[in-house]
Write a protein that binds this ligand. Structure first.
Ligand code: HEM
Length: 48
């Protein structure tokens, strides 16, 4: 995603999208590869 679009999202929704994916879109779930703590720590990088 592009920074301008990311800036409008809250971090809770971003974590949810990464862990659970977005059903009906190409966005896959990463919950088998990442746990919640990992995503919460790294979401800050997406928002920078
Ligand atoms: C195979 C790799 C990936 C594909 C094909 C993919 C595809 C997509 C697509 C199509 C969307 C838009 C979903 C919608 O229309 O609502 C999306 C959203 C998103 N993706 Fe991915 N993605 C991939 C990997 C990743 C990775 C590695 C991350 C971050 C670690 C990521 C983070 C996100 C986030 C945060 C959203 C935003 C959801 C929202 O708008 O609330 N994605 N992805």
């Amino acid at each position: 995603m592009r920074p301008a679009m990311l800036a409008k999202k809250n971090s809770y929704k971003l974590v949810d999208a990464i862990l659970n994916g977005r059903p009906g879109t190409a966005m896959p779930s990463f919950s088998e590869k990442l746990n919640k703590a990992d995503v919460q720590k790294n979401i800050l990088i997406l928002l920078m």
